[in-house]
Design a protein around this ligand. Sequence first.
Ligand SMILES: [Zn+2]
Length: 607
Amino acid sequence: MGLSLIAFDTDHIKQFVFGTSKLKEIRGASSLLDYLNRRTMLELASSEKYKAVCIYANGGAGQFYIESDKAEAFIRGLQAEYRKLTGGAASLSYAIHALPEGVNRANIEDTVLKAEFELLDWKLQENKQHPPSVLALPSLPFMRHCSSCGVEYACADEILEDVISSKSRDEEDEENNEEEANGVYCESCLRKRGQDRNVKRIISKILPEADISTSSEEFKRRVEGVVTTNEKKKGVGEALWMRVLPGLHNQDYKFDVNIERPADFNEFANFKGAKQYLALVYADANNMGQAFAKCKTIPEKRKLAQAVDEAILQALCVAINEHLQIERHLKPEEQLTEEARKHPIFPFDILLLGGDDMLIAVPASAALDVALSVTKKFHELMSNHTLSVGVVLAPIRYPFGLLLDMVESTLKFAKKAGSEARAQARTEGKEDKIDDSRINFMVVTGSNSNDFEAIYDETYYKRYKDYRKEKFYATLRPYKPEDLGLLLDMIRESDKKRLGRTKLHQLREAVLKMNLTSSVYGGLALLNHWRYEQRTYVAEQVYGFANRYRLRDPENPLHGYPRVVFPWFRDTSASDKDWDVYRTSLLDFVELYDFVTREAESSIDEN
Ligand SMILES: [Zn+2]
């Protein structure tokens, strides 16, 4: 019997994970998919019945090879597991491709399968266009809708007893405190909530083992041991924190035995920093489709998938260790919410992690540093591969669904700039040397659009072509990692200079005039109101970036030296010579100032 390749892909991951905006349900949903993907898929594959061999299984997708006559049964078995664990809310698309005769278990890993991989991908894309349709639900007048998603019909929570151990006394109390105490839920939402309780218990069993003196190997072994055989049989399990906690332990992250994840987004109010803001950080590896398309053999593909998956995890753990230490973020005891007084809280939460992307929630004050660390570490680990990041800083109570749209569009804008830079480098024959990592951010202030590009066109970009052809860019977004590092350093350094938030606000107003008349007049007048060292500092920060945008002409060293058009600098590297292009970093500086500096925390604001 010949062999077949099988490819799986989870349908509508985001619809399932972000179907409701409660943190617990998002996490539970994400954990369910991760568990199905990393554990259930592999266990079923390696069972005696199928003996399918894994190429990879992460990021919501998976590829295997198996005897052709067993392929259909394996797929049906896996689909049944997905239906069972998610209450029918998540499904898998798949594709099967029969390999040529002569390819067998003995030689498959040495065979070049490039054309076969391409066909498999193509078939999967075809099938994904037509995912299995959802069954029409009965519509009966006495059935109640789910209190959480409001879409499905509610059911009794006894149905979960096969999978989820019942709530503890504490959990009952906790739920009774919530507004949804009288809520009824559909099976899918119940399973998400139940899985979140499973994860909570698993974390609480792991943490006492996370002693600094425990070796990494020993800790990993203990982590694997926290889920009992009996629980495993019932399908209780977790694959996200069981990877993240050893990763953090490896970095010597300082745990607290009683620490818990934030119970909901409001818990982010317990972290220091300005304005009661939180941030979503969304990172996604660049050009992975292309990279996978270059793989010729199974071992190459397996190695790449594993490397990317591990690099994302490790980059996240490094960033958490550097910027999200518990004690650095928790407010003093008297300012904590009731929940946070009971036990410390991780100053972050992981909403999605695996394959080539991750989405986390962090305190706004640490978001850009986290984004920068993740970007740099990933590139360092993967040398030829990079990622881009979108960051959205928003009030804690801002509707999650809108934030998600915003962070997606913010990331998309970053990736677009990265791929343009890559295309440009390709035409110059420098593609191997380019770092196309980009970091973009957006501060939610009540603009009426959720789309970064629309906001960019409306607020940060202006062009005039009547009198002279001029373009103004009031932002340097999206940033290259080294430029963002420079900006963050400048903002931190400026904190000591006490620039005063009122003056910074006036500077913002001057920039937003977007011209070389009133904008420059306002900017220069403002400069003169600062003391000498403050003034020099602000001017230097603009021209520091100007230098990075200047083309050096060895024949004429003065060419392109920036004219004094503060708060702007002239970009002489711009490719379109018909236009005069002006840019400034100052608006970005002002927008991030309150989040990055500590000035906002103190009441001193000299004007
Ligand atoms: Zn529901």
